[in-house]
Design a binder for this molecule. Sequence first.
Ligand code: DQA
Length: 152
Amino acid sequence: MSTTTRNRVAVLHGVNFDILERRDAALYGGRPLSELEHQIKAWAHEAGLEPLFFQTNHEGEFVEYLHRSCDLADGVLINAGAWTHYSRAIADALDVAGLPAVEVHLSDVEAREDWRSVSVFDGLVVEKISGKGVEGYREALGVLARELGVVA
Ligand code: DQA
């Protein structure tokens, strides 16, 4: 009998994450996305997960990646940036993907402008983690590892 490990996690970043180091350091840490992904990769491996990274500033490309995600990955870690607050198209695509997903935000979206408290992913994600900076990603990976039954 063969067993298949379900440990592939699509780590998706949305609009404006390609210039993360140029955004407000007090909110987003001042580090480039490449460094953030490097850190996420190390934590993912510690948790027994295999990360696949994707970033785009184009909503349609984000949607199309989600369409493919059920073939590429077993779980989703999503920080869609500002799209989080209004893109029903991305929410619908995440729903269709049918994978366990965790939503992450570097900043504390609940403590900022009212419109940032709204998330189109409500009810679609296992958990929403915000305001914990980079550490939030480690927590999210732990949640996904548990969801996927991955034991490191
Ligand atoms: C963000 C929060 C969003 O409100 C914002 O538009 C971003 C980043 C975060 O990680 O804190 O682009 O998703």
